[in-house]
Ligand binder design. Structure first.
Ligand SMILES: Cc1cc2nc3c(=O)[nH]c(=O)nc-3n(C[C@H](O)[C@H](O)[C@H](O)COP(=O)(O)O)c2cc1C
Length: 363
């Protein structure tokens, strides 16, 4: 099944393997424009049924790391256009992952020196990020955020809509809205962090209002079947508190996405554990609430990927780290070939090493 074609009527993928979104920090630090090295990296991986790009900041204040290729102006879109052209020429399909880091950031990353944007003032006390200090990259703690005012929250919806326009200009086949991993949307979802008194805080529907307003705004740019939304149930990365009621929270969102005809719900298990358990209740609850395609991610290999498709808990399987070191991953899995091991030291190191220099089996 992993190697079967997928279509939802709007997009067609050659197989059911998705290259998971992975920040690799190779873009220019100042203008966040994608470069030729990134074109080559994505071109090499075009054999995936779908590539979800690295997280792409929608605005300058949405940046949380050095070297992330962004999408808020036409120069950035022109840089990404070279990437999408190369992927399309190689027969692939690529979505942009639209991203706002929220409190996982530092004012040194923002052109106007603004503090990180938060659902509230609560800091991520044990998270770090890279900034340029004294001309060199330096690992520093994230700065305490400023809680966003209500008009500022509404402006973020417009930033996503604008960025979706830029994604279209850049030739992306669709977009994924990054609602996972402790970044801004996940911070709004979290009842511990989000103590807002306005219409974006409090009850579950209000905590998901920002994400759903973004979905609605982006759906005016891309048709709903070309949109994915990523969530990370039970996730604690980036100082997140586990959701107190996941079997209610995530099916609620799934039903809201279903109502809007959104094409993909991307579910990432950060620990790579519960999603592999056939008896765990969450995936069947999501399936019952949502008729679009479910993408499952977190520690998948060929057998576990086939297994989750066979039990009907997902339609597509996203694979991350093995894609770093195996540009021809689909062919290797199809032919039962050995996989090359990734080098985590080069994930964010910049340059070609550990990025575009992993060979294919064909050499
Ligand atoms: C280097 C690296 C960068 C990542 N960057 C992102 C990102 O930008 N957006 C995102 O949603 N997840 C990101 N992730 C998480 C991956 O999408 C994926 O969920 C994770 O690697 C688990 O899948 P795996 O077990 O197949 O590697 C990143 C993971 C890695 C290893």
């Amino acid at each position: 099944m992993l190697f079967d074609k997928f279509t939802n009527g709007a997009v067609t993928f050659a197989n059911r393997i998705v290259m998971a979104p992975m920040t690799r920090c190779r873009a220019d630090h100042r203008d966040a424009v994608p470069n030729d090295l990134m074109v080559e990296y994505y071109r090499q991986r075009a054999g995936a049924g779908l590539i979800v790009s690295e997280g792409v900041p929608v605005s300058d204040r949405g940046r949380g790391y050095l070297g992330t290729g962004a999408l808020w102006n036409e120069a950035q879109a022109a840089g990404w256009k070279k990437v999408t052209d190369a992927v399309h020429a190689a027969g692939g399909v690529i979505f942009a992952q639209l991203w706002h880091c929220g409190r996982i950031a530092h004012s040194a990353l923002h052109a106007d020196g603004s503090r990180p944007a938060g659902a509230s003032w609560r800091p991520a006390t044990s998270s770090s990020t890279w900034i340029i200090a004294d001309g060199k990259p330096a690992l520093v703690p994230c700065e305490p955020p400023e809680g966003l005012s209500t008009p500022e929250v509404k402006d973020i919806v417009q930033q996503f809509a604008h960025s979706a326009h830029m994604a279209k200009l850049a030739g992306f086949d669709g977009v994924e809205i990054h609602g996972a991993n402790g970044y801004l949307m996940d911070q709004f979802r979290c009842p511990v962090l989000n103590d807002r008194a306005d219409e974006y805080g409090g009850s579950l529907d209000k905590r998901y209002r920002l994400l759903l307003e973004i979905v609605d705004a982006v759906a005016l740019v891309y048709e709903p079947r070309r949109i994915a939304v990523r969530q990370s149930p039970y996730g604690t990365f980036n100082d997140m508190e586990p959701d107190p009621d996941p079997l209610v929270t995530y099916p609620y969102l799934a039903a809201e996405l279903d109502r809007r005809g959104i094409g993909f719900l991307h579910v990432f298990d950060q620990g790579g554990s519960w999603i592999h358990d056939p008896a765990h209740r969450l995936m069947p609850l999501l399936r019952a609430a949502y008729k679009g395609a479910i993408i499952a991610c977190g520690g998948f290999k060929k057998d576990s990927g086939e297994a989750i498709l066979a039990r009907g808990h997902a339609d597509l399987v996203a694979i991350g780290r093995p894609y770093v070191s195996n540009p021809d991953l689909v062919e290797r899995l199809r032919n039962g070939k050995e996989l090359a091991r990734w080098d985590a030291d080069t994930f964010y190191a910049g340059g070609a090493k550990g990025y575009t220099d992993y060979p294919t089996l064909a050499g």
